[in-house]
Write a protein that binds this ligand. Structure first.
Ligand SMILES: [Zn+2]
Length: 125
């Protein structure tokens, strides 16, 4: 199958090794892409694991899993990478009522002991 993150590569050659824990995402964009794929699949466990440990209390695995499930994840577009730890993206999805939605976010990531984690996101119009 094509990777849900729209890289043009197969899932096996793209986000799957990150989801299975075989490899860690080497940079913020790769982590961002793998998190988008994890919503599409969905894989709430991976979304929690890739959140900075001190920020995990603001999220819960069940909600992440459900958010992934109820929406149909159509496309990911990387808009800008203002620094090595920031990625601006648009996630295109169809909600449970069939409306097309765009989630536009500037995400901040952080590297801790050679692994990238999602810290937080700023929602943009
Ligand atoms: Zn991918």
């Amino acid at each position: 199958m094509n990777c849900p993150c729209c890289s043009g590569k197969s899932y096996e050659e793209c986000c799957k090794p990150y989801h299975t824990g075989e490899k860690h995402a080497p940079n913020a964009e790769a982590l961002m892409r793998s998190r988008f794929s994890a919503f599409a699949i969905p894989n709430g466990e991976y979304l929690m694991e890739t959140t900075l440990p001190s920020k995990r209390k603001f999220h819960n695995k069940k909600d992440l899993q459900e958010w992934g499930e109820i929406n149909k994840w159509m496309k990911l577009e990387i808009v800008n990478k203002p620094s090595i730890s920031k990625v601006e993206f648009k996630a295109f999805y169809t909600d449970d009522e069939g409306n097309n939605q765009i989630h536009h976010e500037l995400s901040t990531f952080k590297m801790v002991q050679n692994r990238w984690f999602y810290v937080s996101g700023e929602f943009l119009e």
